[in-house]
Ligand binder design. Structure first.
Ligand SMILES: NC(=O)C1=CN([C@@H]2O[C@H](COP(=O)(O)OP(=O)(O)OC[C@H]3O[C@@H](n4cnc5c(N)ncnc54)[C@H](O)[C@@H]3O)[C@@H](O)[C@H]2O)C=CC1
Ligand SMILES: N[C@@H](CC=O)C(=O)O
Ligand code: NA
Length: 814
């Protein structure tokens, strides 16, 4: 036979009670189960609140009515009119008794734990009586049992301890006498030797089920709740959390101790003692197999079973020489706290024994401090102990699993995930069983931390990158198209998911931490976006505090640059095709690099030079492996390359520039290409990456434009001047053609000097053969001395640039 326990939600409405009864009916086909029931959802909270109100002399009528209405609605809906009366009558008696109790509390303005237990007991008594009666319509064998009479405890009201031997005997006797019935037993409540009602602690109905299961040597204890068993993490925090098919008792205990509220931890003990499996099932998905908690779990390939967390915790630090070598110190400290029922969640002690840190519920911190001050008055007076310090707004994250014991590198993986996401660890504790490693972090970082750690351990699942994109122009738009098309490929081949959590252009900005749809981002941004504001875009990105976060700058603007530093300092990586950042002051360039390194995040800007061509990456790898750059020669303006490759025969200069712009090769302002500024930025970035601390003024640039074009004050003006000066360009073209040469705008870095010059080259020159927007770069280095390393290909255009940004994004954290 089995013991089936149904929680608050499962008994919370007429609809759910019907489902519950169909589960019981199905089980009954095998053998009569014992059914343990909680109070209807919300009722225990209402009862607690009413009791406290009564103690303060406040009115509690509304809550009483609410409880009545909740039950009566179920009775009316699930019982035929003729069968309702006995239940109404009995429940009314319960409510009258409850009211009398509350009145007494009001009169005395005193709420003892004993009275509180008595008040709370009505939640389970009402629900169980009502449900047993409803069940009796379906099967005559249904019997209501006030379980408080069968579970015997000490007099520790609120959290009573069960007298196992006596209880087992009483349960067995009762069960034998009622073998042909289906028992509907009140969970949570018990009684002491004097027959006073006690309770088994919050979540105690699970415990009741375990006590019955153990007493009757049940085949299984089923805990029916509203989730699919125990999961790898709280599914409200981690969307990717999944149900665990099997857990050992210890693992289940550790997971539930640190927050997984699926099962009340002490439940495991009676079941563990008798090796009775506990199964956690979902009332609303009864066919789902749920989680088995048992002793003979199959070996698992998962390095950990799950991550649990407590979102509010305070820590208390005790330091002082008085603790060194004093064997009794921690004994005194922790027995003091335990005596006063202060639950210590976690303890760490420095190896010098000079300090002890322990975590408690924030509501217990104040009391803990005053107790310590009293207990250690002498040590404090003698300065052997410093005044205890409290830190608030903290959280605990714990990874749990028996495999940790056998697998090296688990803590490395944990701390790496936390470190990369800028999560400061305040204290660490590893259970001596090695079944858990717990860390204390800021409460504000908890969601980010749990997600990052989940990603780090459950690597079979997709790694998620959360990106915030600035700029929806030529490159931004193309990137979104590529991302949309490649999502399935990424998921299948790289186990990667890229979520666009925020988008902004100069007009509008929009956010969705779950990821914006890339099908309709454009209309969504226009229709639902808010007024754009760069500073608040960055602030919101930081505040969302998502794990594996990347800021993607697809603008040509200067304004985003000032935010990079703060973004790195928030442990957010930056991917940018915007060259303005890396080509401003050297000090700033250096600071970006140093800060990204310091905060363990990435700074990728491959597209700053040669669009998607692997130029920055190639140089970085050369430098990292100790090579030295002697010379760089390069054509790095895709626009000018296109112009010189196409400004031939009858083609006009002005028309060719226009074409380059239409093809998406130029900067948003094409003057930046033709005046050499864009090329200068690229040479400067390369020089810096090659180890030269240069500034923009150090780059010598040949002008390819006549003065009037350079001085144009607007883009229209500029194009007009190009047309006016066509003779100048024609002359250049003719001269080159006559000499059988081509025009090339070539940058050179040698001995730390950088120059960009207009040259006419013949077919013996390696840069002669180019077409389209081709870029070419040759690196002469210590290793590539006699023949340089050459990279060549299209160096401008939306597709190749967006592809480079895309590659940078997926390399973040890889
Ligand atoms: N076209 C190409 O072949 C290559 C371009 N790039 C770089 O790509 C970047 C983008 O170029 P395009 O897409 O052609 O420019 P674009 O002018 O088409 O788009 C720029 C976008 O940035 C947005 N924007 C500008 N300032 C902003 C601000 N303060 N806040 C929010 N959004 C802002 C604009 O609203 C627009 O959506 C430039 O930095 C360019 O140097 C880099 C390599 C190659
Ligand atoms: N406008 C640029 C684009 C790449 O950075 C160019 O023409 O090279
Ligand atoms: Na590149």
């Amino acid at each position: 036979m089995k013991v089936l326990k149904f929680g608050g939600t499962s008994v919370g409405s007429a609809e759910n009670i019907k489902t519950l009864l169909s589960i019981v009916a199905k089980e009954k086909l095998q053998s009569n189960p014992v059914v343990v029931l909680s109070a209807m959802s919300g009722v225990t909270n209402l009862l607690t609140d009413m009791a406290e109100r009564a103690e303060r002399g406040e009115d509690y009528d509304a809550s009483l009515k609410e409880i009545e209405a909740k039950h009566f609605a179920v009775i009316r809906s699930l019982l035929p009119a003729a069968a309702q009366n006995p239940v109404f009558t009995r429940l009314k008696i319960f409510f009258n008794e409850l009211e009398d109790l509350l009145q007494a509390v009001t009169n005395l303005r005193e709420l003892s734990l004993q009275t509180k237990d008595q008040i709370l007991s009505y939640g389970e008594r009402c629900s169980s009586f009502m449900i047993a009666h409803i069940a009796s319509q379906q099967f005559v064998e249904a019997l209501y049992v006030n379980g408080s009479e069968l579970i015997k405890t000490d007099s520790n009201f609120g959290q009573a301890k069960v007298d196992t031997d006596l209880t087992e005997m009483l349960i067995n006797d009762f069960y034998k006498a009622n073998k042909s019935t289906v028992l509907f037993v009140t969970g949570f409540i018990a009684s002491n030797a004097a027959g006073r009602v006690t309770t088994l602690g919050r979540g105690g109905s699970d415990y009741t089920a375990a006590v019955w299961g153990a007493a009757l040597n049940a085949e299984e204890i089923e805990i029916w709740t509203d989730v699919n068993g125990m999961m790898t993490a709280d599914p409200r925090i981690v969307k990717k959390a999944f149900s665990l098919p099997e857990l050992s008792y210890t693992e289940a205990m550790e997971l539930s101790y640190f927050g997984a509220k699926v099962i009340y931890p002490p439940t495991m003990i009676p079941a563990f003692m008798k090796k009775i499996p506990i199964v956690i099932k979902n009332t609303f998905e009864p066919d789902f197999s749920g989680t088995y908690i048992k002793s003979d779990v199959k070996a698992s390939s998962l390095p950990i079973k799950g991550i649990s967390s407590i979102d509010h915790i305070s820590i208390i630090n005790l330091t002082g020489s008085g603790m060194v070598g004093k064997a009794g110190f921690s004994g005194r400290l922790f027995s003091l706290l335990s005596r006063e029922q202060i639950n210590v969640v976690l303890i760490t002690q420095s190896s010098s024994e000079h300090s002890i840190t322990f975590a408690v519920k924030p509501t217990d911190a104040g009391q803990a401090i005053s107790l310590i001050k009293k207990e250690f008055e002498l040590e404090l007076d003698a300065n052997k102990l410093a005044l205890p310090e409290v830190e608030n707004n903290l959280a605990v994250l714990a990874i749990v699993g028996e495999n940790m014991k056998r697998t090296p590198g688990m803590s490395g993986r944990l701390f790496n995930a936390l470190g990369r996401n800028g999560i400061n660890v305040r204290a660490i504790a590893q259970g001596s069983s090695e079944y858990n490693i717990s860390v204390i972090i800021n409460a504000a970082d908890l969601s980010k931390a749990v997600n990052a750690v989940h990603d780090a351990f459950f690597t079979d699942l997709k790694r998620t990158l959360n990106i915030f994109c600035l700029g929806t122009g030529n490159i931004g738009k193309t990137l979104f198209n590529q991302l949309k098309e490649q999502m399935p490929f990424l998921a299948a081949n790289n186990d990667l998911q890229v979520k666009v959590a925020g988008i902004s252009n100069t007009r509008k900005m929009i956010f969705n931490p779950e990821g914006l749809s890339l099908e309709d981002w454009e209309t969504n941004l226009v229709m639902n976006g808010e007024q754009a504001d760069l500073a608040s875009f960055v602030e919101r990105m930081k505040a969302l505090n998502l794990p594996n976060c990347v800021f993607v700058d697809n603008t040509a603007a200067e304004s985003p640059i000032e935010f990079y530093q703060g973004i790195f300092e928030s442990s957010i990586s930056v991917v940018t095709c915007n060259k303005k950042g890396n080509s401003a002051d050297f000090a700033q360039y250096k600071s970006f690099k140093d800060t990204a390194r310091k905060f363990g995040v990435d700074f990728y800007y491959e597209t700053n030079v040669g669009a998607g061509l692997p130029i920055i990456r190639t140089l970085r790898e050369l430098m990292m492996s100790g090579d030295k750059v002697a010379r760089i020669e390069a054509i790095l303006s895709g626009t000018i390359s296109y112009i010189f490759n196409n400004f031939k025969g009858d083609a006009g200069f002005y028309e060719t520039v226009k074409e380059a712009q239409e093809l998406g090769y130029t900067e948003p302002d094409p003057r930046d290409d033709l005046n050499g500024k864009d090329f200068m930025r690229k040479m400067l970035i390369l020089a810096r990456d090659a180890g030269y601390p240069l500034e923009a003024v150090d780059v010598k640039i040949d002008n390819i434009l006549p003065e009037a074009c350079l001085n144009a004050t607007s883009v229209e003006d500029f194009y007009a001047e190009l047309q006016k000066n066509s003779a100048y360009f024609e002359e250049l073209k003719t001269k080159a053609a006559n000499d059988k040469k081509v025009l090339r705008y070539i940058g050179k870095l040698e001995d730390g000097n950088v120059e960009i010059s207009l040259q006419m080259v013949d077919d013996s020159h390696p840069f002669y053969m180019l077409s389209g927007s081709d870029n070419i770069i040759s690196f002469t280095t210590d290793r590539y001395k006699s023949r340089p390393l050459v990279v060549k290909g299209p160096g401008a255009g939306a597709e190749v640039t967006a592809a480079g940004v895309f590659a940078d994004i997926i390399n973040v954290g890889a």
